[in-house]
Write a protein that binds this ligand. Sequence first.
Ligand SMILES: C[S@@+](CC[C@H](N)C(=O)[O-])C[C@H]1O[C@@H](n2cnc3c(N)ncnc32)[C@H](O)[C@@H]1O
Length: 174
Amino acid sequence: MNKTVEYFKTNFGTIYHGDSLDLIQERMKDKSIDLIMTSPPFGLVRKKRYGNVDSNDYVNWFRQFGKEFRRILKDSGSLVIDIGGAWIPGLPTRSLYHYELLIMLCKEFGFHLAQEFHWWNPSKLPTPAEWVNVRRIRVKDAINNIWWLSPSPWPKASNRRVLAPYSNSMKTLL
Ligand SMILES: C[S@@+](CC[C@H](N)C(=O)[O-])C[C@H]1O[C@@H](n2cnc3c(N)ncnc32)[C@H](O)[C@@H]1O
């Protein structure tokens, strides 16, 4: 019996409820998917006794997804990961876990970095308050990283779908 259940369906598609890894393993064929867009849990990082964060834990956890994502994506497909950074617990410095994730996916599973984006979110809370509001030695975090990865260097894409009008200053320049 399937672990994932059909939750909602229209002519445009179906929403399933369940663990995404089960869903992929139960229902998705090799090289059948155009786009995987995910916002996985962020920053599952632990502090070691000597202070740094074991980002290996996060990267290890993600390997099972990397393997399946690579299997089901078409060569022309895309994997888009929205991922926030994390502070090293107890220190005013940042974890590198999301960069290590990116490098692991490219080196171990042969993904290409088509492009990186930053989601600018000025509404993020000023955490950790200790560094931002109390000691005032850091500014608040305001972005998520978005990694656009692809099994081949040529994922299907067209920037004509996201064109924006020229600004007045650009028109003046032209
Ligand atoms: C960082 S949150 C995403 C936040 C969301 N993008 C938003 O902006 O509100 C991660 C989400 O992934 C879900 N999640 C974690 N592991 C999962 C899995 N194996 N399958 C499906 N969802 C999972 C969590 O329940 C959580 O809602």
